[in-house]
Design a protein around this ligand. Structure first.
Ligand SMILES: [Zn+2]
Ligand SMILES: [Zn+2]
Length: 364
């Protein structure tokens, strides 16, 4: 079976749009015709050479599409159904899977590091050679084979371009605020970094009923978007100290680092109130370490934690988000940045690297 894919050869080379070969779907597999794929920060790590993963590979793990065919044992979806991809085709058996955290699955993360699916295969070749999968998915192509449990039905009412955002950015950002931090009505929230996931943290804070929602980002256009989505205050990094002194002088009840580098994590922790919770949402470059003041923990009793994919099973969290999206409480259209056809995938990555507000989408 053929597909057309954006093939990644390494950080120095442009992506190459090529015909590739897909294995026939197995009995528990679903073949999805991809409609929209978001460019996530994870992809940018690969493009910048901050991660070393096997190549050639197909990047992309945030997407939505229409089921084209299903294996004999598939029961949850049928051809013609619209689906969102979850990028957590977990093993279902390890300790993390058993505690309801498929995105933390040890076997999934081993597979992601190896550029494969959990069973060690990739199901794709190019010129007869193995073609690896970014984030155990490889969505930047026309047709994609996934296991049944990661093709989550939409059930109508949300356009595919908007639904694509639910697959990573929304589950991660909204989940960080609602499920990882368990933000409560009336609380104050600080969001460090207003990229795609950061904007969903803002919306998660609004959905949780937070009273004060502060966003910090160097780009003015992103701050403006954050205000539209529910931020009560937004500033560039230089203005943060004065703003926090004014609106949350004790620090934020919940703070989120949505960038994932040592400086932004330390900043989020610094502006967390005593006894408050700081959550690391952004994924760092390989090898980054945190250098933190002990006093934040013993004298000021702060909590520091991290989240992967919103700290909830996507199969549980996605229907909640879809419900919010259908009723307009979760805004998706406002978060659509530029869109590009698959042939212009390199322009899409340039736009994402430039940090334009909203999500850059590729429409395969
Ligand atoms: Zn992602
Ligand atoms: Zn597992």
């Amino acid at each position: 079976m053929k597909s057309r894919a954006a093939v990644f050869h390494g950080p120095q080379a442009p992506l190459e749009v090529r015909e590739i070969e897909l294995e026939e779907p197995g009995p528990r597999d679903v073949l999805v015709r991809m409609a929209a794929v978001g460019i996530c920060g994870t992809e940018l790590h690969s493009i910048r050479g901050e991660w070393t993963r096997p190549t050639p590979s197909v990047l992309g793990h945030e997407g939505a599409g229409v089921v084209e065919a299903v294996g004999a044992d598939v029961t949850s979806v049928k051809p013609g159904d619209e689906v969102v991809l979850s990028w957590a085709p977990s093993c279902g058996e390890c300790a993390d899977c058993r505690r309801g955290r498929p995105a933390a699955c040890i076997n999934l993360h081993r597979a992601i590091g190896n550029g494969t699916l959990v069973d060690g295969t990739t199901g794709m070749t190019i010129d007869g050679e193995t073609l690896y999968r970014g984030t155990a998915t490889g969505a930047l192509q026309e047709r994609l084979t996934v296991t049944e449990k990661v093709a989550l039905p939409i059930g109508g009412g949300v356009p595919l371009e908007e639904a694509a955002l639910l697959g990573c950015a929304a589950l991660t950002g909204v989940g960080a605020v609602l499920f990882a931090a368990e933000t409560q009505p009336g609380e104050s929230v600080l969001v460090v970094g207003a990229g795609g996931v950061g904007q969903f943290c803002v919306q998660g804070a609004r959905l949780a009923g937070a009273e004060t929602i502060v966003v910090v980002d160097p780009l003015a256009a992103r701050l403006e978007l954050a205000r539209e989505l529910g931020a009560t205050h937004a500033t560039d990094p230089d203005g943060l100290k004065a703003l926090m002194k004014e609106v949350a002088p004790d620090g934020a009840d919940r703070a989120f680092d949505v960038v994932g580098n040592p400086e932004t994590a330390a900043l989020a922790l610094r502006f967390t109130r005593s006894g408050g919770t700081c959550v690391i949402v952004g994924i760092p470059a390989t090898g980054e370490r945190l250098d933190l003041d002990f006093a934040e923990f013993n004298r000021r009793e702060k909590f520091l934690t991290g989240t992967m994919y919103g700290s909830e099973d996507p199969a549980v969290a996605l229907p909640i988000l879809l419900d919010h999206a259908r009723t307009g409480r979760l805004k998706l259209r406002e978060l659509l940045g530029a869109t590009y056809p698959l042939e212009q995938v390199n322009d899409a990555f340039d736009a994402a690297l430039a940090g334009i507000p909203g999500r850059v989408l590729v429409l395969p």
